[in-house]
Structure formats: C-alpha cells, structure tokens
Write a protein that binds this ligand. Structure first.
Ligand SMILES: [Fe+2]
Length: 155
C-alpha cells in the first residue's frame, strides 16, 4: 500500500539511506562495546566490564529504534554483516587491545556515530520529519555524553 504521511518519496528515501548509515555505525559500535565487555582486563576490570555492559545495552535498544524508523519511512532495514560493513564508518577491532586503548576506540566510535547522525539531521529537518529529527537528537545527546564520559577516563 502507498505511504502517505506527508513526506515526499525522495525525502523518505534520502532519510532512510542516512538512517541506514546510523544503524550500521550503531551496530559496529554495539558489537565492539560488547566484545570489550567480554575481553577487558586489568585493574579497571570491574568498572569497565560493568560500564561497557550499560553502554552495549543502550546501543542494542537504539538499534531497534533506528531500524523501526527506517521501516516506518517505507524502506527495508539492513540487517546483515556484509551490509553493515559496507555502510559503517567505524572500523572493527579483531584483536584484544589494552583497557586504555579500548576506551580510546570507544570515544572514537561514539564520535563517529555522532558525526553520521549529524549529517542526516538537515535532510530530516528540511523534509519536516520530526520523528527522525527527534530520534537523531536523542542519539546525538547520548553519543556525545558517552564520548565525554569515556574521554574523561583518559585524562
Ligand atoms: Fe556479560
């Protein structure tokens, strides 16, 4: 059935494509954070193991919000490793870095998702797509706050 929510098809497509990149970055960061939860070692183990769990749980919940917004705009949500690796701007970590390096990589990851979300914002705003603008605002807030908290541990 045709979608008639007051957003032109071209705008819906452009926003959905932008959200695909937000979804892929969020997934890449989710996976990295969960693997760091498993693999972190050192004197900060307890703090980091627990903190990474809080963070990956938040990212996991956000994945669903972003994917379902893509669906509401009328497009399929990407959901495979190959699609995500093509779309994501965050590189994967195959080794087990030291705790400090994990924190540094997560700061970079949260900053990268913030940049991607911010790039999509003008498209959503100009198309009068308030739910996407609201979702992106929430994502920006959480990624910038988490980046600050992680960055503070490195000083
Ligand atoms: Fe666990």
């Amino acid at each position: 059935m045709q979608i008639d929510i007051g957003i032109a098809e071209g705008d819906r497509k452009a926003i959905a494509e932008g959200l695909n990149r937000v979804l892929a970055d969020t997934f890449a960061l989710y996976l990295k954070t969960h693997s760091f939860h498993w693999n972190v070692t050192g004197p900060m183990f307890n703090t980091l193991h627990t903190m990474f769990m809080t963070q990956y749980t938040e990212l996991w919940t956000a994945l669903d919000e972003v994917a379902e917004r893509i669906r509401a705009l009328g497009y399929p949500a990407p959901g495979s490793f190959s699609q995500f690796s093509k779309l994501a701007s965050i590189g994967e970590e195959q080794g087990v870095p030291k705790a400090q390096e994990m924190i540094r990589q997560l700061v970079e990851g949260h900053e990268a998702v913030a940049r991607t979300a911010r790039q999509v914002f003008p498209t959503a705003e100009q198309a009068n797509d308030q739910p996407t603008a609201d979702l992106l605002t929430q994502r920006l807030q959480i990624h910038e706050k988490t980046a600050w908290m992680l960055r503070s541990m490195l000083e």
